[in-house]
Design a protein around this ligand. Structure first.
Ligand SMILES: C[S@@+](CC[C@H](N)C(=O)[O-])C[C@H]1O[C@@H](n2cnc3c(N)ncnc32)[C@H](O)[C@@H]1O
Length: 306
Protein backbone atom coordinates (compact mmCIF):
# COMPACT_ATOMS: atom_id res chain seq x y z
CA UNK A 1 0.00 0.00 0.00
CA UNK A 2 2.90 2.32 0.69
CA UNK A 3 4.52 1.78 -2.70
CA UNK A 4 3.41 5.12 -4.18
CA UNK A 5 2.81 8.66 -2.92
CA UNK A 6 -0.95 8.17 -3.32
CA UNK A 7 -0.78 4.84 -1.46
CA UNK A 8 1.31 6.31 1.36
CA UNK A 9 -1.17 9.15 1.82
CA UNK A 10 -4.13 6.74 1.97
CA UNK A 11 -2.26 4.47 4.38
CA UNK A 12 -1.48 7.42 6.65
CA UNK A 13 -5.13 8.55 6.76
CA UNK A 14 -6.30 5.02 7.49
CA UNK A 15 -3.73 4.63 10.25
CA UNK A 16 -4.55 7.91 11.92
CA UNK A 17 -8.34 7.53 11.81
CA UNK A 18 -9.56 7.03 15.32
CA UNK A 19 -6.05 6.76 16.76
CA UNK A 20 -4.88 10.38 16.96
CA UNK A 21 -7.81 12.17 15.38
CA UNK A 22 -7.87 12.66 11.67
CA UNK A 23 -4.49 13.35 10.11
CA UNK A 24 -4.71 16.70 8.38
CA UNK A 25 -3.98 16.67 4.65
CA UNK A 26 -1.41 19.42 5.16
CA UNK A 27 0.43 17.46 7.86
CA UNK A 28 0.56 14.33 5.70
CA UNK A 29 1.82 16.35 2.77
CA UNK A 30 4.43 18.18 4.83
CA UNK A 31 5.77 14.87 6.19
CA UNK A 32 6.05 13.35 2.72
CA UNK A 33 7.43 16.49 1.06
CA UNK A 34 10.16 16.75 3.68
CA UNK A 35 10.99 13.06 3.45
CA UNK A 36 11.18 12.98 -0.33
CA UNK A 37 12.81 16.39 -0.70
CA UNK A 38 10.28 17.53 -3.30
CA UNK A 39 7.94 20.52 -3.61
CA UNK A 40 4.20 20.44 -2.97
CA UNK A 41 3.60 20.92 -6.70
CA UNK A 42 5.76 17.86 -7.44
CA UNK A 43 3.91 15.83 -4.82
CA UNK A 44 0.59 16.71 -6.45
CA UNK A 45 1.82 16.14 -9.97
CA UNK A 46 3.41 12.73 -9.31
CA UNK A 47 1.05 10.85 -7.00
CA UNK A 48 1.98 7.57 -8.73
CA UNK A 49 5.71 8.09 -8.02
CA UNK A 50 7.10 5.01 -6.33
CA UNK A 51 8.59 5.00 -2.83
CA UNK A 52 11.74 2.99 -2.16
CA UNK A 53 11.84 0.57 0.80
CA UNK A 54 13.96 3.08 2.72
CA UNK A 55 11.43 5.86 2.06
CA UNK A 56 8.56 3.59 3.11
CA UNK A 57 10.33 2.67 6.37
CA UNK A 58 11.13 6.31 7.09
CA UNK A 59 7.53 7.40 6.42
CA UNK A 60 6.24 4.67 8.76
CA UNK A 61 8.59 5.86 11.47
CA UNK A 62 7.55 9.52 10.95
CA UNK A 63 3.89 8.54 11.18
CA UNK A 64 4.54 6.69 14.44
CA UNK A 65 6.11 9.83 15.87
CA UNK A 66 3.19 11.92 14.57
CA UNK A 67 0.68 9.60 16.20
CA UNK A 68 2.50 9.85 19.53
CA UNK A 69 1.71 13.58 19.41
CA UNK A 70 5.09 14.88 18.28
CA UNK A 71 4.69 18.13 16.32
CA UNK A 72 5.26 17.86 12.57
CA UNK A 73 7.97 20.55 12.78
CA UNK A 74 10.09 18.43 15.13
CA UNK A 75 9.69 15.42 12.84
CA UNK A 76 10.73 17.35 9.74
CA UNK A 77 13.16 19.56 11.69
CA UNK A 78 11.90 22.66 9.86
CA UNK A 79 9.40 25.48 10.49
CA UNK A 80 8.51 28.41 8.24
CA UNK A 81 8.59 31.83 9.91
CA UNK A 82 8.24 35.18 8.13
CA UNK A 83 10.08 34.62 4.82
CA UNK A 84 12.42 32.05 6.34
CA UNK A 85 12.63 28.29 6.58
CA UNK A 86 14.12 27.61 10.02
CA UNK A 87 15.71 24.58 11.61
CA UNK A 88 13.98 23.55 14.84
CA UNK A 89 14.54 20.75 17.32
CA UNK A 90 13.08 19.95 20.76
CA UNK A 91 15.48 22.38 22.46
CA UNK A 92 13.56 25.32 20.93
CA UNK A 93 9.99 26.50 20.79
CA UNK A 94 8.40 26.07 17.36
CA UNK A 95 7.94 29.68 16.18
CA UNK A 96 4.26 30.64 15.90
CA UNK A 97 2.68 32.73 13.14
CA UNK A 98 1.39 35.27 15.68
CA UNK A 99 4.97 36.09 16.68
CA UNK A 100 5.31 37.68 13.23
CA UNK A 101 3.24 40.54 14.73
CA UNK A 102 6.33 41.46 16.76
CA UNK A 103 8.46 41.56 13.61
CA UNK A 104 5.90 43.76 11.83
CA UNK A 105 5.63 46.13 14.79
CA UNK A 106 9.43 46.42 15.12
CA UNK A 107 9.79 47.45 11.49
CA UNK A 108 6.94 49.93 11.91
CA UNK A 109 8.20 51.71 15.04
CA UNK A 110 11.86 51.74 14.03
CA UNK A 111 12.12 53.38 10.61
CA UNK A 112 15.78 54.23 11.17
CA UNK A 113 18.32 52.58 8.96
CA UNK A 114 20.73 52.08 11.84
CA UNK A 115 19.22 50.59 14.94
CA UNK A 116 20.67 48.51 17.75
CA UNK A 117 18.24 45.76 18.68
CA UNK A 118 18.15 43.19 21.47
CA UNK A 119 16.09 39.98 21.06
CA UNK A 120 15.52 38.37 24.46
CA UNK A 121 14.88 34.60 24.52
CA UNK A 122 15.72 34.11 20.87
CA UNK A 123 15.10 30.34 20.72
CA UNK A 124 15.84 29.21 17.14
CA UNK A 125 16.52 32.87 16.27
CA UNK A 126 13.18 33.48 14.54
CA UNK A 127 12.61 37.13 15.49
CA UNK A 128 16.23 38.27 15.27
CA UNK A 129 16.80 36.58 11.91
CA UNK A 130 13.55 37.87 10.38
CA UNK A 131 14.49 41.40 11.46
CA UNK A 132 18.03 41.05 10.19
CA UNK A 133 16.84 39.89 6.77
CA UNK A 134 14.37 42.79 6.58
CA UNK A 135 16.82 45.36 7.93
CA UNK A 136 20.39 44.16 7.22
CA UNK A 137 21.81 47.48 8.47
CA UNK A 138 20.53 46.85 12.01
CA UNK A 139 22.93 45.53 14.63
CA UNK A 140 21.28 42.70 16.54
CA UNK A 141 22.16 40.94 19.76
CA UNK A 142 20.08 37.82 20.41
CA UNK A 143 20.26 36.09 23.78
CA UNK A 144 18.95 32.93 25.35
CA UNK A 145 19.70 31.07 28.57
CA UNK A 146 19.70 27.77 26.68
CA UNK A 147 23.01 26.93 25.05
CA UNK A 148 21.26 24.27 22.92
CA UNK A 149 18.82 26.87 21.57
CA UNK A 150 21.71 29.20 20.74
CA UNK A 151 23.37 26.41 18.75
CA UNK A 152 20.18 26.01 16.65
CA UNK A 153 19.92 29.80 16.20
CA UNK A 154 23.56 30.02 15.07
CA UNK A 155 23.03 27.26 12.50
CA UNK A 156 19.95 29.10 11.21
CA UNK A 157 21.98 32.30 10.92
CA UNK A 158 24.67 30.53 8.91
CA UNK A 159 22.11 28.79 6.67
CA UNK A 160 20.11 31.95 5.99
CA UNK A 161 23.31 33.85 5.27
CA UNK A 162 23.88 31.52 2.33
CA UNK A 163 20.52 32.38 0.73
CA UNK A 164 19.63 35.91 1.90
CA UNK A 165 21.34 39.20 2.53
CA UNK A 166 21.48 39.34 6.31
CA UNK A 167 22.95 41.80 8.78
CA UNK A 168 25.12 41.25 11.82
CA UNK A 169 23.56 39.13 14.59
CA UNK A 170 25.50 38.27 17.72
CA UNK A 171 24.17 35.29 19.68
CA UNK A 172 24.99 35.31 23.35
CA UNK A 173 24.11 33.25 26.41
CA UNK A 174 22.43 35.44 29.01
CA UNK A 175 19.79 35.16 31.72
CA UNK A 176 17.65 37.96 30.26
CA UNK A 177 19.81 41.08 30.75
CA UNK A 178 22.45 39.48 33.00
CA UNK A 179 25.20 39.64 30.34
CA UNK A 180 24.01 42.77 28.58
CA UNK A 181 25.91 45.93 29.44
CA UNK A 182 24.76 48.39 26.82
CA UNK A 183 21.59 50.20 25.71
CA UNK A 184 19.52 49.52 22.60
CA UNK A 185 17.01 51.36 20.41
CA UNK A 186 14.66 48.41 20.56
CA UNK A 187 14.21 45.51 22.96
CA UNK A 188 11.98 42.75 21.65
CA UNK A 189 10.92 39.57 23.43
CA UNK A 190 8.63 36.61 23.16
CA UNK A 191 9.29 35.22 26.65
CA UNK A 192 7.68 32.18 28.27
CA UNK A 193 4.27 33.32 29.56
CA UNK A 194 2.21 30.26 30.49
CA UNK A 195 1.44 29.87 34.20
CA UNK A 196 2.79 26.68 35.79
CA UNK A 197 -0.14 24.29 36.27
CA UNK A 198 -2.39 26.34 33.98
CA UNK A 199 -5.39 24.01 33.59
CA UNK A 200 -6.30 25.60 30.23
CA UNK A 201 -2.89 25.06 28.66
CA UNK A 202 -2.97 22.42 25.92
CA UNK A 203 0.61 21.87 24.78
CA UNK A 204 2.07 18.92 22.91
CA UNK A 205 4.38 18.08 25.81
CA UNK A 206 7.31 18.07 23.37
CA UNK A 207 8.39 21.72 23.57
CA UNK A 208 10.89 22.78 26.26
CA UNK A 209 9.30 23.85 29.54
CA UNK A 210 11.78 26.70 29.82
CA UNK A 211 10.36 28.20 26.62
CA UNK A 212 6.75 27.99 27.80
CA UNK A 213 6.28 28.35 31.53
CA UNK A 214 6.98 31.33 33.72
CA UNK A 215 6.17 30.92 37.37
CA UNK A 216 2.86 30.70 39.17
CA UNK A 217 1.16 33.51 37.24
CA UNK A 218 2.93 33.24 33.89
CA UNK A 219 3.97 36.89 34.24
CA UNK A 220 7.33 36.47 35.97
CA UNK A 221 9.53 36.67 32.85
CA UNK A 222 7.49 39.54 31.44
CA UNK A 223 7.88 41.40 34.72
CA UNK A 224 11.66 40.91 34.77
CA UNK A 225 11.97 42.07 31.16
CA UNK A 226 9.67 45.10 31.49
CA UNK A 227 11.10 46.23 34.81
CA UNK A 228 14.71 46.03 33.62
CA UNK A 229 14.29 47.34 30.09
CA UNK A 230 14.65 51.01 31.11
CA UNK A 231 18.26 50.22 32.06
CA UNK A 232 18.91 48.90 28.56
CA UNK A 233 16.98 51.29 26.32
CA UNK A 234 18.16 54.51 24.80
CA UNK A 235 15.91 57.56 25.21
CA UNK A 236 12.86 57.19 22.95
CA UNK A 237 13.65 53.49 22.47
CA UNK A 238 10.94 50.86 22.17
CA UNK A 239 10.00 47.73 24.07
CA UNK A 240 7.90 45.11 22.25
CA UNK A 241 6.70 41.95 23.97
CA UNK A 242 4.46 39.04 23.12
CA UNK A 243 2.16 37.75 25.88
CA UNK A 244 -0.84 35.57 26.65
CA UNK A 245 -4.33 36.53 25.49
CA UNK A 246 -5.41 37.40 29.04
CA UNK A 247 -2.22 39.24 30.02
CA UNK A 248 -2.61 42.48 28.03
CA UNK A 249 -3.91 44.53 30.95
CA UNK A 250 -1.20 43.31 33.36
CA UNK A 251 1.50 43.99 30.80
CA UNK A 252 0.23 47.53 30.14
CA UNK A 253 0.15 48.17 33.88
CA UNK A 254 3.70 46.89 34.34
CA UNK A 255 4.89 49.06 31.47
CA UNK A 256 3.20 52.13 32.91
CA UNK A 257 4.76 51.44 36.31
CA UNK A 258 8.18 51.15 34.66
CA UNK A 259 7.80 54.62 33.11
CA UNK A 260 6.87 53.69 29.56
CA UNK A 261 4.32 55.62 27.51
CA UNK A 262 2.55 55.23 24.12
CA UNK A 263 1.57 51.80 25.43
CA UNK A 264 -0.50 49.86 22.94
CA UNK A 265 -1.75 46.26 22.83
CA UNK A 266 -2.43 44.63 19.48
CA UNK A 267 -4.50 41.57 18.67
CA UNK A 268 -3.67 38.47 16.66
CA UNK A 269 -5.81 37.14 13.80
CA UNK A 270 -8.08 35.36 16.29
CA UNK A 271 -8.80 38.77 17.90
CA UNK A 272 -6.84 37.96 21.10
CA UNK A 273 -4.51 40.41 22.82
CA UNK A 274 -1.08 39.18 21.70
CA UNK A 275 1.62 41.85 21.72
CA UNK A 276 2.16 45.12 23.58
CA UNK A 277 4.52 47.88 22.56
CA UNK A 278 5.66 50.91 24.47
CA UNK A 279 8.11 53.73 24.10
CA UNK A 280 10.65 54.83 26.61
CA UNK A 281 10.70 58.56 27.44
CA UNK A 282 12.87 60.97 25.56
CA UNK A 283 15.53 62.67 27.65
CA UNK A 284 15.58 66.42 27.06
CA UNK A 285 18.70 68.56 27.00
CA UNK A 286 17.94 69.67 30.57
CA UNK A 287 18.05 66.04 31.69
CA UNK A 288 14.30 65.89 32.37
CA UNK A 289 12.31 62.93 31.12
CA UNK A 290 9.47 63.60 28.72
CA UNK A 291 6.60 63.07 28.86
CA UNK A 292 4.58 62.12 31.88
CA UNK A 293 4.98 60.74 35.34
CA UNK A 294 6.32 58.62 36.87
CA UNK A 295 9.74 59.37 35.58
CA UNK A 296 11.15 56.55 33.49
CA UNK A 297 14.51 57.07 35.06
CA UNK A 298 15.41 53.67 36.58
CA UNK A 299 16.79 55.11 39.80
CA UNK A 300 13.44 56.80 40.57
CA UNK A 301 11.18 53.95 39.65
CA UNK A 302 10.78 51.31 42.37
CA UNK A 303 9.67 48.62 39.92
CA UNK A 304 12.80 49.02 37.86
CA UNK A 305 15.05 48.41 40.82
CA UNK A 306 13.47 45.01 41.57
C1 LIG B 1 8.57 31.50 24.02
S1 LIG B 1 10.22 31.04 23.60
C2 LIG B 1 10.51 32.19 22.27
C3 LIG B 1 11.49 31.70 21.25
C4 LIG B 1 11.58 32.59 20.00
N1 LIG B 1 11.93 33.95 20.36
C5 LIG B 1 10.26 32.58 19.26
O1 LIG B 1 9.55 33.59 19.33
O2 LIG B 1 9.93 31.58 18.63
C6 LIG B 1 11.09 31.75 24.97
C7 LIG B 1 12.61 31.61 24.93
O3 LIG B 1 13.13 32.24 26.11
C8 LIG B 1 14.21 31.48 26.60
N2 LIG B 1 14.38 31.77 28.02
C9 LIG B 1 13.64 31.32 29.08
N3 LIG B 1 14.10 31.82 30.23
C10 LIG B 1 15.14 32.63 29.90
C11 LIG B 1 16.01 33.46 30.66
N4 LIG B 1 15.92 33.54 32.01
N5 LIG B 1 16.95 34.16 30.00
C12 LIG B 1 17.07 34.09 28.66
N6 LIG B 1 16.26 33.32 27.88
C13 LIG B 1 15.31 32.61 28.50
C14 LIG B 1 13.84 30.04 26.31
O4 LIG B 1 14.97 29.20 26.28
C15 LIG B 1 13.15 30.19 24.94
O5 LIG B 1 14.06 30.01 23.90
Amino acid sequence: MLETIRGAMSWAYELSRGACGELSRTDAEVLLISLLGISRAELKAHEERGLSHTEQRAFKSHMQRYMSGEPVSYITGRQPFWTLDLEVDPSVLIPRPETELLVEAAIEVMPDQHAHVLDLGTGCGAIALALSVERPSWELVAVDRSIEALAVASRNYAGIGERHTIGHVEFRQSDWFSDIERRFDLVIANPPYVALHDPLYEGSGFEPNEALFSGRTGLEALHTIIANSPLHLRPAGWLLVEHGNLQGESVREMMGDAGFYRIETRQDLAGHDRITLASFPLETSSGAWMPGQPCGCPEQNPLVAK
